[in-house]
Write a protein that binds this ligand. Structure first.
Ligand SMILES: NC(=O)c1ccc[n+]([C@@H]2O[C@H](COP(=O)([O-])OP(=O)(O)OC[C@H]3O[C@@H](n4cnc5c(N)ncnc54)[C@H](O)[C@@H]3O)[C@@H](O)[C@H]2O)c1
Ligand SMILES: O=C(O)C(=O)C[C@@H](O)[C@H](O)[C@H](O)COP(=O)(O)O
Ligand SMILES: [Zn+2]
Length: 335
């Protein structure tokens, strides 16, 4: 088992990574000061993995469409009807949708109860279960409601990756590649050279990188915004696609490429990286370009916008992401 600590003073917590962790989760859950645990999971993750936990399960339909106020309200009301109290806690079991939704639920129900993240997709293990961003989507845009709410523990059972459909594995690879681009070039080298990627190694490497960034900037005021590389355009593609045309990772993949094209066209470099990412994304069947129709309105509601300016993450070469504040209108000037 691999362990990484997220150092946030009193809100610090461990990330445990390895096979077979779900089967032994009761030891870890019992060590936390919680009377009863409730598992919040999407229906697919619930049917595959909730059984081994032996806890009450609150399931919701799988898919990004569940990251919404209606599902949030229904979960709150079902749990309260069953006598859920402040002495109880929530386990978020599933992909990033379960993590963001159950995380927001844990941060807000009864003004906050303990949370454990048990990510079952590659994307959730390398990214969304770590760092405490929770969120819901609105018709107006992605993740426009949410709070920062750290879990007490992240348990990433790498056996779960064995049941992931190829499209979901690829979607997680987009966030893995993002980590390589902005902070840890070794990740890109591994993906370029390994015949078969070492998934537990990638989970550890990405979590190590993200944990260090979050420890420096928990609430996204500075360097954490680097983790948004590819998301300025990516979130706009997702929302314009009605949240079901593309996975988050597909939108981020095309968003990274669009940002690199924008950099190149504005004299900010990045052509070598653009050339390097193209075959890598294609190998994972990730899009290098998506239609822009309708996406501009969503770009205007980016959370990193301040007045007419927006802060973006750019990367001139692998492992060296940086932040830049530019006029919002200039982002529209690229084919
Ligand atoms: N909070 C953060 O820091 C953060 C970071 C990145 C992404 N996100 C969010 O995460 C979400 C995307 O997460 P995702 O890609 O995990 O999508 P997801 O949660 O929708 O999961 C993808 C699909 O895989 C299924 N699934 C889950 N585990 C499985 C398994 N082990 N085997 C088979 N099927 C399984 C799910 O039922 C679902 O159908 C987006 O909403 C995105 O905004 C949040
Ligand atoms: O943890 C972060 O910070 C990230 O930006 C990670 C992203 O991969 C993730 O998609 C996040 O949810 C985006 O956050 P948002 O603040 O742009 O909604
Ligand atoms: Zn993301």
């Amino acid at each position: 088992m691999r362990q990484i600590n997220v150092s946030l003073g009193q809100r610090s917590y461990p990330i445990l990574i390895g096979p077979g962790l779900l089967g032994r989760a009761d030891e870890r859950l019992n060590a936390l000061p919680v009377k009863r645990w409730a598992v919040v999971a999407d229906e697919t993750a619930a049917s595959l993995y909730a059984g081994s936990l032996g806890l009450p399960v609150y399931a919701f339909p799988a898919g990004e469409g569940s990251k919404c106020l209606a599902v949030y309200e229904s979960l709150c009301r079902r749990m309260l009807a069953d006598g859920f109290t402040r002495a109880d806690g929530i386990v978020a079991l599933g992909g990033g949708v379960a993590g963001d939704l159950a995380g927001f639920l844990a941060g807000t129900i009864l003004r906050g109860v303990p949370l454990v993240q048990m990510p079952t997709t590659l994307l959730a293990q390398v990214d969304s279960s770590v760092g405490g961003k929770t969120g819901l989507d609105l018709p107006e845009g992605k993740n426009l409601i949410g709070c920062f709410y750290q879990p007490s523990l992240v348990l990433a059972d790498t056996d779960c990756l064995g049941t992931l459909p190829r499209r979901q594995l690829s979607s997680g690879m987009a966030e893995v590649i993002k980590c390589g681009v902005i902070g840890d070039e070794e990740i890109l080298r591994h993906l370029e050279t390994a015949a078969k990627p070492d998934l537990p190694w990638l989970v550890e490497r990405c979590c190590r990188y993200k944990a260090a960034v979050v420890a420096r900037d928990e609430r996204d005021g500075g360097p954490r915004r680097l983790l948004n590389f590819g998301h300025t355009f990516g979130h706009a593609y997702e929302a314009a696609g009605g949240y079901d045309a593309y996975t988050h990772g597909e939108a981020v993949a095309a968003g990274m490429m669009q940002m690199l094209r924008w950099q190149v066209s504005h004299g900010l470099g990045g052509q070598a990286l653009l050339d390097r990412l193209t075959p890598l994304l294609e190998r994972w069947e990730l899009p290098v370009r998506l239609p822009w129709d309708g996406a501009a309105d969503y770009l205007a509601r980016d959370k990193k916008r301040a007045g007419d300016q927006v802060t973006i993450a750019v990367a001139q070469r692998a492992g060296a992401g940086r932040l830049l504040t530019v006029p919002l209108a200039s982002l529209l000037e690229v084919e």
